[in-house]
Design a protein around this ligand. Structure first.
Ligand SMILES: [Zn+2]
Ligand SMILES: [Zn+2]
Length: 306
């Protein structure tokens, strides 16, 4: 199953031209692609999220109903970390902006983390299509969401134009996946919003030097220890006095972006914000437990794959 099965006929026009030496193999690959394209026309793929037949050929094998169902996080969220606030007394704190218990106790090393949607349902599946099934056209939809998040943060940038810095993958993970999903999504995001077009992507600012063990089942403190030292700067001097906007696909517990922000701040970065496509959010069920801890003892499976 190649991606051509659901891709548009645009791929045909990108076939290499000219070279006599490659002509035989070119014809074979052209014929192969033509056959696949015909196959896709006669037998359009099913939506990879809901299984409904796709009515038109698209590079992204997801139906319009599933795309329309993706929506932003609703309700009151923590002004710092973006966690959903369920109890009214948390929101009516004496400070102007509502903050969750954890952010009131100890502020994170970033100014604000914002996310588009909740990391569940269709949005979670769309992110998995990109990361684990290499369906790259999903990055465009996710990029549009990230662009909205960044545009929402933009008033706080004031005169500064922060560098967009994707959370890096470890080189072995990058080889395995073939791309860094956060970088791909950030590239797409920059194409959308005029308000953020002036921002520059700096993909090589951070590097991941250590693969971390699975975060599942670890306490908040253990997770922080687990990830400590996993990132460093490629050129330590370059972030001195700069504002940084960290971008990632998912904010699960915040441990990863907090560690990146800590490394950046220690190297002299002035302000650090975080923008992600999705975020795990508290549900009514987990809210019954002690604040934050209930959520944090149930990290999602995705945390393992980071
Ligand atoms: Zn669907
Ligand atoms: Zn918070």
């Amino acid at each position: 199953m190649g991606r051509l099965v659901f891709s548009s006929s645009g791929d045909l026009t990108r076939a290499p031209r000219g070279s006599r030496a490659g002509r035989g193999s070119f014809l074979v690959s052209w014929a192969g692609r033509a056959a696949e394209s015909l196959f896709a026309t006669l037998f359009p793929a099913d939506c990879r999220l809901c299984g409904a037949p796709l009515l038109r050929i698209s590079r992204l094998p997801v139906c319009d109903d599933c795309l329309d169902a993706l929506h932003p996080i609703e309700g009151s969220v923590c002004a710092v970390c973006g966690e959903r606030l369920l109890s009214p007394h948390v929101a009516s704190d004496d400070c102007a902006e509502p903050r969750c218990g954890l952010c009131r106790r100890q502020g994170p090393p970033f100014l604000k983390a914002a996310a588009y949607g909740s990391y569940d349902g269709g949005l979670r599946e769309l992110i998995h299509l990109l990361k684990y099934q290499q369906v790259r056209p999903a990055a465009r939809v996710l990029g549009r969401m990230l662009a909205e998040v960044i545009a929402g943060l933009a008033p706080a940038f004031e005169e500064a134009r922060p560098w967009l810095v994707p959370v890096p993958l470890h080189p072995s993970r990058l080889r395995q996946r073939g791309f860094n999903q956060s970088e791909l999504i950030a590239q797409e995001a920059l194409k959308f919003q005029p308000a953020i077009r002036g921002l520059e992507l700096h993909a090589a600012v951070l590097q991941r030097t250590r693969q971390t063990e699975s975060q599942i089942g670890l306490t908040r403190h253990q997770r922080r220890e687990n990830i400590r030292g996993a990132f460093n700067l490629t050129h330590p001097g370059e972030v001195q006095g700069r504002d940084i906007l960290l971008v990632d696909d998912v904010f699960t517990t915040g441990t990863t972006v907090s560690e990146c922000a800590r490394v950046l701040r220690r190297a002299g970065a002035t302000r650090v914000w975080v923008a992600t496509v999705a975020r795990t959010i508290k549900t009514e069920a987990t809210h019954a437990g002690p604040e934050f801890e209930a959520r944090e003892t149930q990290p999602t499976v995705a945390a393992t794959f980071k």
